[in-house]
Every structure is written in C-alpha cells, then in structure tokens.
Design a protein around this ligand. Structure first.
Ligand SMILES: Cc1cc2nc3c(=O)[nH]c(=O)nc-3n(C[C@H](O)[C@H](O)[C@H](O)COP(=O)(O)OP(=O)(O)OC[C@H]3O[C@@H](n4cnc5c(N)ncnc54)[C@H](O)[C@@H]3O)c2cc1C
Length: 395
C-alpha cells in the first residue's frame, strides 16, 4: 500500500503530539499524519513519583487515540526505513508513505540488553527500573520492602532521558527509608559513569550538599556492565582504569543505557552519535531541507526532556510553516531545558538552563534552593499543564 500526506510525523509521543496540535491550531486545513505504533502514551516524568509510591503506574497513561488531534490521520505502525531523497518512509507492514514535509520524533531507545543479566532480572529479586511502564511498579515494591542492607542506584554513560532522573529516585528512596525508621540500617549508594552529579554548576553545588546531608554516597566513573541476580552483585567497569568493581546489593534501581533508535542511526538522516542531524537553532535537518526533528531522537545538544520539547515545538512549527510559505526560517531555539530534581517527599530543585548552561529560570526566586512549592508544581501542576496545555498545543 502507498499513501501520501503533506506533513508526516514519525512518533506520536510528547514531541509528535505537541507538534501535530500546534500545526492543526495554526492551520486546520493542513493534511497531517502521525505514524505511531502504541495504543497508550505515558507521561514519563510521573514515573519518578510512581517509583516513589505516590501514583499508580496506570495514572501516568492515556489512550493514544484520545491525544491524536482532531483531523490528523493516525497510521498505527512502526517506521522502518527513511528514504529522504525520495521523500518516503517505509513501515514494518511494508507500506510506503510519501510526504512533502517530515517531522522526526521517535524518542530515545532504551537498551536493556547492554547490561548483561538486566533484561532477565529487572522487575524481580530486588532489581527495578523506572524506565518502563512494565517495571516502574517494581521500584516502589522494592523500596517499600527494604528494611536493611544496601540500596544501589545507577546512572549509565551517555545521554539518558532527563539527566537528573536517576538521582531523583535515589533521594526519594532515602527519604522513605528515613521516614519509615530504617534509614540507619541501609547504605544508600548512587553510582554514575560521569564525573559529577549535575552538568550545571549552580544546581550541582546544591545537589552535592543534598547528597552529603542525606548520607548518599556518590561513586563517580562507575559504569554498570552486569547484574548477577543470583548472588545480588552489580558489576561495574571503572571508566578511567577499566578495572572491574563488584558491589553487593539488596535492591538496585537501574537506569539502563540509552541511544538513538537503531532505525534512525542506520538511516541517511543520522549524524554524529546516530541522532537526527538538525540545526540546533532552527531544528531543520542539515542536509534535507524538508525534514525537521525535535525531542529525544534529535541531535539538539541539550538535556533530553519534555520541558525542552515544550520550547522546541513552537520553533519547529513556526519554521516549518515559514518554509512552506517560502519565507526565511526566523524562529530560533536557545537550548532551554528543565529538570525538576526531586530531593525528597516535600522538596525539589527546579533546574532550568539553556545551551550555554546559563540559568533560564521561570520564577522570581532562587531556584537552586530546595522548595516545597516546586515539589507541588511537579506533583500536581506539571502533569495538568502537560495533558491539558502542552499536548493540546496551547502552552
Ligand atoms: C523516569 C523518567 C523521568 C523523567 N522526568 C522528566 C522530567 O521531570 N521533566 C521532563 O521534562 N522530562 C522528563 N523525562 C523525559 C521525557 O519523558 C522525555 O524527554 C520525552 O517524553 C521525550 O519525548 P519524545 O517525543 O522525544 O519521545 P517519547 O515521548 O518517548 O515518544 C516517542 C514515540 O515514538 C514512538 N516510536 C518509537 N519508535 C517508532 C517507530 N519506529 N516508528 C514510529 N514511532 C515510533 C514511540 O512509540 C513513542 O510514542 C523523564 C523520563 C523518564 C523515563
């Protein structure tokens, strides 16, 4: 089968839905199709709070059908191949879809099989992860049931969704252990492949104090390579020396390695690292002028978050419409991203910054401080803003 649409969007997640809504709001006559295989869309930022026992996993999801904007066609399939010279994509079912303009937004790929033994053990025997709807429930189960021993939290090398998220669940667990009277019987260790807790100094300084106050021991340059679930051992490679380090755990929360999706990295759209190669300000592809990308699958050199997409989407839509009208691409993305780093059940540091690492803060107070008000924003304000504002193309 073959099909043609004026604009085809690959991926109906945070970025794909937001762009479709904004395009429809700007011009209801546009012929738009979204290629998206899933029946459900999840607000993934809530998974931190699901892992911390504040919400049930199902509360993070909505039916995809209810989110596809009115008048936009939904092609329920996986894209397998890009043929940008022919303005064509091919799906897993073997269908060809041609387009005038293409928006690429299939998110990041979670590579469970890159840590030996992880796929087999996650969700069982104290091994948990917030990085899938199928395993996020096990995080709370293992945090709640731990009464003594070692609680390990990991962050891999390379890009992950929301760079602060691996730390957030560690701080929530520590707070839970303290509130339930078992903190002094548990060692809380946060291992990370990188050399520091956070990329931007202003927030890093606060987070170092948080970790110190909580007695969370950071171990830098530790990259998880294997889980031996039988003996409850986490095996690391020391990033500088290659030395093998083994840590015994009673529970372990794993942030798996992530990468550009394979079908993107093997395509002609890929640039360095396999990401869709776009101009960091206009979001237009560097070689194919009628192709744009945003979100986690794009090469945009900023922290991969939904908050970043909220600022990328209006730029992309404006520039795509300018291109359609043969106007210059005037809108520019400055790299804005935001990471609400939860530091406990009543505190949060709302990091917001741009490409230069300069703070780009929303509120007229010092956001590098932990605040209860910002925790409430994360728990109640941002989910509402997401479902009712951002995905509708309103904010
Ligand atoms: C635990 C956790 C905590 C987080 N915390 C925060 C936070 O506090 N703040 C924040 O802003 N962000 C946070 N994020 C990150 C945020 O969720 C992502 O950055 C955002 O969802 C990325 O949007 P996207 O559209 O690029 O990808 P996604 O929303 O993941 O959507 C990608 C879509 O593409 C589809 N797709 C995949 N392959 C194909 C294919 N071959 N063909 C067609 N479609 C395909 C997928 O089914 C999916 O629907 C968090 C993420 C996690 C996991």
């Amino acid at each position: 089968m073959s099909d043609h649409h004026q604009i085809v969007i690959v991926g109906g997640g945070t970025a794909g839905i937001t762009v479709a809504s904004r395009l429809r709001n700007a011009d209801p006559s546009l012929d738009i199709a979204i290629v998206e295989p899933s029946d459900k869309h999840y607000y993934q930022p809530l998974w931190t709070l699901v892992g911390g026992g504040m919400f049930e996993p199902e509360e993070s999801g909505r039916d995809e059908a209810s989110l596809i904007p009115y008048g936009v066609a939904w092609i329920k399939d996986y894209v397998e191949t890009f043929s940008p010279n022919a303005n064509r994509i091919t799906t897993r079912n073997g269908d060809d879809i041609t387009y005038d303009y293409l928006v690429v937004a299939p998110g990041i790929q979670v590579n469970w099989d890159q840590v030996k033994g992880l796929k087999e053990s996650v969700g069982k025997d104290g091994v948990c992860s917030n990085y899938s709807i199928d395993t996020v429930g096990s995080t709370w189960e293992f945090i709640r049931n731990l009464k003594a021993g070692v609680a390990l939290f990991t962050q891999p090398a390379g890009a992950v969704k929301c760079g602060g998220a691996p730390q957030k669940i560690c701080y929530l667990a520590e707070d839970h252990f303290r509130r339930s009277g078992v903190r002094d019987k548990i060692d809380v260790i946060f291992t990370l492949a990188g050399p520091r807790l956070f990329a931007v100094d202003r927030y890093r300084e606060t987070l170092e104090k948080v970790a110190q106050r909580k007695g969370v021991e950071p171990r830098f340059r530790h990259n998880l390579v294997e889980i031996r679930s039988g003996s409850k051992e986490a095996v690391y490679s020391q990033m500088d020396t290659g030395e093998e380090i083994v840590i015994k755990y009673d529970m372990i929360h794993v942030t798996p390695p992530m990468s550009a999706p394979d079908f993107v990295s093997r395509s002609e759209l890929a640039g360095e690292g396999g990401w869709v190669d776009v101009d960091k300000h206009t979001l237009q592809h560097t070689r194919f002028a009628n192709v744009f990308a945003l979100g986690d699958a794009s090469s945009l050199p900023t922290s991969k978050t939904g908050a970043a997409i909220r600022k990328q989407a209006p730029v992309l839509v404006s520039n795509l419409r300018s291109l359609m009208q043969q106007q210059p691409l005037a809108a520019s993305y400055d790299g804005y991203t935001s990471c609400p780093v939860v530091t406990g059940y009543d505190s949060l540091v709302l990091a917001e910054f741009d490409y230069s690492g300069q703070p780009a803060e929303t509120f007229p107070f010092d956001q590098a401080k932990e605040r209860f008000s910002m925790f409430l924003l994360k728990k109640f304000g941002l989910p509402a803003l997401y479902w009712h504002g951002m995905l509708q193309g309103r904010v």
